[in-house]
Design a protein around this ligand. Structure first.
Ligand code: CAA
Length: 261
């Protein structure tokens, strides 16, 4: 395994856990995090042993407190645009991973931190976590696809208020908005995350991969085109041994054993 400067990676059985590891900077996303995340994900994408990825932040204070503001102070427009492309490519890469990603959010998920959580497939948050897009306070706004994505995910009226006001909101509020799928007491976050992970780890990797392809298409394309993508993906899924195993196991009244082919 590689040694990363800003990440920890722990593969265990079917689960790969990635920790963004800059706790004294509240895990702010600097250029090294973007590069290392992208390299690590490229490795995990082709590791058939890993069926679920967990993403978390080091320490107990922050999941990720946003993009690294210290890097932005003297940044030119050109650098900022390049950085935005890098960020958008990473978030696309996360959505396009064959394995589902679960964000386990114990503290601040602000700006780019909320965005990287939204690039995961499922979000589990501690009641001690907080969320928000504070960029407007810095004289910017959620770039890197962040404005457009939140509008798609939770609907335009609330998305607009979150972007314009920049205020922090609780995990309960995030749960109400559908931004977080599950909330847990701080001491239970690990356990609740593990339950979600266990569920995902036992499903067919083929179905999971094809399903994510369709959901990505639906996010990015018009209805009719996305449905064509769905038809193809469903066909590929139907060709799998896993589909035979899943349907047969139901009829035989037993648990399926999905092999990922
Ligand atoms: N970038 C760089 N450093 C950050 C950071 C960030 N986003 N967030 C926190 N840090 C650093 C602080 O500068 C501080 O470092 P020093 O010890 O070197 O001063 C350290 O982390 C601890 O932070 P605080 O002392 O500020 O901790 P606090 O408990 O007083 O406050 C906080 C916590 C409310 C989260 C506060 O740190 C904060 O407001 N952070 C910035 C949040 C933010 O604006 N995020 C959006 C960034 S822009 C963006 O994300 C753009 C995008 O991608 C779309």
């Amino acid at each position: 395994a590689m040694a990363w400067e800003t990440l920890l990676y722990e593969p265990a059985g079917r689960v790969g856990t990635i920790t963004i590891n800059r706790p004294d900077q509240l895990n702010a996303l600097n250029s090294t995090v973007f590069r290392e995340m992208s390299e690590l994900l490229a490795e995990i994408a082709v590791d058939p042993a890993i069926r679920v990825i967990v993403l978390k932040g080091a320490g107990n204070k922050a999941f990720v407190a946003g993009a690294d503001i210290k890097e932005m102070v003297d940044m030119s427009r050109r650098e900022a645009e390049t950085r935005s492309w890098t960020g958008m490519r990473l978030y696309d890469q996360m959505r396009r991973m064959p394995q589902p990603l679960v964000a386990s959010i114990q503290g601040y998920a602000l700006g780019g931190g909320m965005l990287i959580a939204m690039a995961c497939d499922i979000r589990v948050a501690s009641t001690a976590a907080s969320f928000g897009y504070p960029e407007i306070k810095l004289g910017i706004f959620p770039g890197t696809g962040g404005t457009v994505l939140i509008d798609r995910l939770i609907g335009p009226a609330t998305a607009r208020a979150i972007c314009l006001l920049g205020d922090r909101f609780s995990a309960e509020r995030a749960f109400q908005l559908g931004l977080v799928n599950r909330i847990a007491e701080p001491d239970d976050l690990e356990k609740e995350t593990a339950e979600v992970v266990e569920t995902l780890a036992n499903y067919s990797p083929v179905a999971m991969r094809e399903l994510k392809t369709v959901l990505n298409a639906s996010l990015e394309m018009d209805f009719a085109t996305a449905r064509e993508v769905e038809l193809d993906a469903y066909g590929r899924c139907f060709d799998s041994e896993d589909r035979r195993e899943g349907t047969r196991a139901f009829v035989e009244k037993r648990k399926p054993d999905f092999k990922g082919r």
